[in-house]
Design a protein around this ligand. Structure first.
Ligand SMILES: *[C@@H]1O[C@H](CO)[C@@H](O)[C@H](O)[C@H]1NC(C)=O
Ligand SMILES: *[C@@H]1O[C@H](CO)[C@@H](O)[C@H](O)[C@H]1NC(C)=O
Ligand SMILES: *[C@@H]1O[C@H](CO)[C@@H](O)[C@H](O)[C@H]1NC(C)=O
Length: 622
C-alpha cells in the first residue's frame, strides 16, 4: 500500500503545483470578491455588476505562471486565473466617479477600470470573457402573462383542495359515499394517508420490502446533503480551506458518494418486476399493458414535477435579489423557459447545456429504464427467455460506461471538483456522457429486475430462513464494503495522477456493478430477515411517512437550496459547523416544503388515478 502511494507520489506531473503555503497563497488575487451590495445599490445611480474575467499578462509574469500551475491541479483547486467579482461601479472605479456611464460599452469600461487596479496591485492585466450582469435599484423583473397563468393554476389547485376538504368535513363526514373524485382532494383524508403507519391492509409479501423506506430516505438525505454543498463553491472567501477539504480522504465519503444513487435504480427495478409477477397471478399480461402503465406512471409523477417546473420558470425569479441571484438563477430560468418541455417528456438527460432543474436527470433516466423494464418483463414469457434476455442485457450494459469513458476520455466516476461544483456540472463531460444518461445506468436496473424475480420465487418456495442465518456476516459486510469502494474511487484523484484511460474505463465498468451487487445482497438480507442490525435501522417506523413525501422533496430541494444560498449579498465562509448546519437545514426545509406539495398535488392525483382506474375495471367487468 505504502509502495503504491510512494509510486504515485513520484509519478506526479511536473508543471503542476499541488500545494502552496499561506504566504504564497495570498499572493494570488482572490477568486471571489463582492463589494458591499446594499450600500452601492441605495446610492443614486449606483450600479452593481458581476464580472467574470481571466487574468492575462503581456510579458512573462512569475505570479501568473504560479497561478496557472496551481490551477492545473483542477481536481482539488479552483481555476485561479478565472476570477468572479461583484463590483460597485461608483465606488471601485475612481476615474469613473464623475463620468456618466454609457451602458453600451460597459464591458470596455469595466475592463479598463480593472486593468488599472490589477496592474497596480499584481502587475497583471485582465480580460473579460462573458457579458457582465448588472443590477441597479430598479427592479429587473416584471410580472408577465405567464406568471399570472401559473398563479391562476396554482390558485385553482388550492381551491379544489379547499372545496374537497369542506365537502368532506361538512357534507360527507365519515362515510365513503359521495363524489369520489372530490374526496380525493380532501386534505384531511390525505393527511391521514400521510401519517397512517399501521398499513395492516397490505399484504405480507409487500411488507417484507419495508427496508426500502429507510434506504430511500437515507439516499435522499445524502443527495440533498451533496446538493446543499454545491452552492458553497460559487462564492466563498476562504478558498484555500475549501481546497484542502477536497484533498482529505474523510470528506470523500460524501464527495464521491454520488454512486449511491444506484440504490434508487435497484429498488425501482426490483419493485417493477415483483409487482408485475404478483399482477400475473390474477391477470393476463398483454403488450397493451406497456403503454397503459407508462401513461399511468407519467400521470402520477408529472403533476408535482410540473408545478415545481412552472414555479421555477415564473415566480422563482422574484424569490430573491442580490448580486448572485441573477447570475446563478437567471440562466436556469431562461433554460427552463426554453427546454422545460424536455423535462416533461423525461428526455432531458439526453440534452446537455441546459441548466433547467439539472437534478431531475434521475427522473428522466428512471422513466427510460422503466420503459425498458416493462418491455423486458412483458415481452418475455418463459423463465428461460427472461434469464437469457436479462443476462445478455446485463453483460452488454457492463461495456457501455467503459466505452464512453474510453472514447470520450472521461473520468472513471463523477468527480466533484471545485470548478465543477461552481458550474453545477453543466459542462462536465463525465456528468453529461456517463453519469446522467439512461443507457449508462442499465446495469443496476437489470440487477433490480433480477432481484425482484428472485425474491418472488424464493417467497413462493417458503424457504426456511433459519438455515440462512449464517449469511448474516455477508450482509453485515456490505455496508463497510461500499464505504471502501467509495474511498477507493477517491484515490483516483487524491494522489494527483490521472490513471491511464484503460484503467479508468475498466473501473468505470466495475465499480457501479460492484455497488449494485452489494446492494443486491443487502436487500436480499433485509427482505428475508437474515440479520437484524441494519433491519432495525432501515425498517424504523419513522421512515414510513417520510418516504411518502420523498419524491416531492427530491423535486423541490434544489430550488429551495438555491433560494437559501443565492439571495446572499456577501461571500460565504466555509467552516464545518456551518456546512453541517446548512445540510441539516436543507434537508429539513425540503421535507417540510414537500408536505404541502404532497398533500395538495401528489396524493390527490394518485387517488384520482386509482379511482378512475377502478371505475374502468368495474365497467369492463360488467
Ligand atoms: C512558503 O514557501 C516559500 C517557498 O517555498 C518559502 O520561501 C517560505 O518560507 C514558506 N513560508 C512559510 C511560512 O513556510
Ligand atoms: C482556467 O481558466 C482559463 C481561462 O478561462 C483557461 O484558459 C484555463 O484552461 C483554465 N485552467 C484549467 C486548468 O482548466
Ligand atoms: C486590459 O489589458 C488587456 C491586456 O493587456 C488588454 O488586452 C485590454 O485591451 C485592456 N483593456 C482596456 C479596456 O484597456
Amino acid at each position: 500500500m505504502i509502495l503504491i502511494i510512494l509510486f504515485f507520489t513520484f509519478c506526479r506531473v511536473s508543471g503542476v503545483i499541488y500545494q502552496l503555503n499561506d504566504t504564497e497563497y495570498i499572493k494570488m488575487p482572490p477568486v471571489f470578491h463582492l463589494d458591499p451590495y446594499e450600500l452601492c445599490i441605495q446610492e443614486t445611480g449606483g450600479i452593481y455588476c458581476m464580472v467574470d474575467f481571466d487574468l492575462v499578462s503581456e510579458n512573462d509574469s512569475q505570479l501568473l505562471n504560479m497561478i496557472h500551475e496551481y490551477s492545473a491541479r483542477k481536481e482539488t483547486h479552483f481555476n485561479h486565473s478565472r476570477l468572479h467579482y461583484g463590483i460597485c461601479f461608483k465606488k471601485s472605479c475612481d476615474d469613473l466617479k464623475t463620468k456618466t456611464i454609457d451602458l453600451n460599452d460597459l464591458n470596455l469600461v469595466i475592463e479598463k477600470c480593472l486593468n488599472t487596479t490589477f496592474w497596480k496591485e499584481y502587475k497583471l492585466k485582465i480580460r473579460i470573457n462573458e457579458d457582465v450582469i448588472c443590477n441597479s435599484k430598479d427592479p429587473i423583473y416584471h410580472i408577465e402573462t405567464k406568471d399570472i397563468c401559473v398563479a391562476v393554476i396554482c390558485l385553482c389547485l388550492l381551491i379544489i383542495n379547499l372545496a374537497g376538504s369542506v365537502y368532506d368535513l361538512l357534507i360527507v363526514k365519515n362515510n365513503d359515499a359521495g363524489m369520489k373524485w372530490l374526496l380525493c382532494f380532501s386534505i384531511k383524508r390525505n393527511w391521514f394517508k400521510l401519517t397512517d403507519v399501521s398499513r395492516d391492509k397490505i399484504e405480507n409479501r409487500i411488507k417484507s420490502f419495508k427496508s426500502f423506506n429507510g434506504m430511500k430516505v437515507i439516499t435522499i438525505f445524502l443527495v440533498i446533503t451533496i446538493h446543499s454543498l454545491l452552492p458553497f463553491g460559487s462564492s466563498i472567501d476562504n478558498t484555500h480551506y475549501y481546497e484542502t477539504i477536497f484533498s482529505k480522504i474523510q470528506y470523500h465519503l460524501l464527495i464521491d458518494g454520488s454512486v449511491m444513487i444506484q440504490t434508487f435504480f435497484i429498488i425501482s427495478g426490483c419493485l417493477l418486476s415483483f409487482n408485475l409477477q404478483i399482477f400475473t397471478e390474477k391477470n393476463n399480461v398483454t403488450w397493451k399493458m406497456i403503454p397503459k402503465r407508462i401513461i399511468l406512471r407519467w400521470l402520477r409523477l408529472t403533476p408535482p414535477y410540473a408545478v415545481v417546473l412552472a414555479i421555477t420558470t415564473t415566480w422563482l425569479r422574484f424569490a430573491g435579489t442580490g448580486p448572485l441571484w441573477q447570475k446563478m438563477i437567471g440562466q436556469e430560468i431562461k433554460d427552463c423557459q426554453r427546454d422545460g418541455w424536455q423535462n416533461m417528456l423525461y428526455i432531458n438527460n439526453y440534452f446537455d447545456n441546459t441548466r433547467c432543474m439539472a437534478h431531475t436527470w434521475y427522473l428522466a433516466a428512471d422513466m427510460q429504464l422503466f420503459i425498458l423494464g416493462m418491455l423486458i418483463m412483458v415481452l418475455t414469457r418463459t423463465d428461460l427467455q427472461r434469464k437469457v434476455v436479462l443476462s445478455v442485457i446485463f453483460v452488454v450494459s457492463m461495456f457501455i460506461a467503459p466505452l464512453h469513458t474510453y472514447f470520450q476520455d472521461l473520468y472513471a466516476h463523477l468527480i466533484i471538483t471545485p470548478e465543477v461544483a461552481r458550474e453545477y456540472f453543466v459542462k462536465d463531460p463525465t456528468f453529461n456522457n456517463s453519469y446522467k444518461r439512461g443507457h449508462t445506468n442499465v446495469t443496476c436496473y437489470i440487477l433490480g429486475l433480477t432481484l425482484g424475480l428472485l425474491i418472488y420465487k424464493l417467497q413462493q418456495k417458503q424457504l426456511n430462513i433459519k438455515r440462512y442465518k449464517k449469511y448474516k456476516y455477508l450482509v453485515w459486510a456490505t455496508v463497510p464494503m461500499m464505504v471502501i469502494i467509495i474511498l477507493c474511487s477517491s484515490l483516483f484523484y487524491l494522489v494527483g495522477v490521472t490513471p491511464h484511460v484503460i484503467i479508468r474505463a475498466i473501473y468505470a465498468g466495475t465499480y457501479r456493478t460492484v455497488i449494485g451487487l452489494l446492494l443486491f445482497i443487502l436487500i436480499l438480507g433485509m427482505v428475508f430477515k437474515v440479520e437484524t442490525v441494519y433491519r432495525v435501522i432501515l425498517e424504523w417506523q419513522g421512515w414510513t411517512s417520510t418516504v411518502r413525501v420523498s419524491y416531492c422533496a427530491y423535486v423541490l430541494h434544489v430550488m429551495l437550496i438555491q433560494i437559501l444560498t443565492y439571495s446572499r449579498t456577501t461571500l460565504n465562509h466555509v467552516t464545518i459547523p456551518h456546512v453541517i448546519m446548512s445540510c441539516v437545514g436543507s434537508i429539513a426545509v425540503s421535507f417540510l416544503a414537500a408536505v404541502p406539495l404532497w398533500l395538495l398535488v401528489e396524493s390527490p392525483i394518485t387517488q384520482l388515478l386509482k379511482t378512475s382506474h377502478d371505475n374502468t375495471k368495474n365497467k369492463t367487468q360488467l
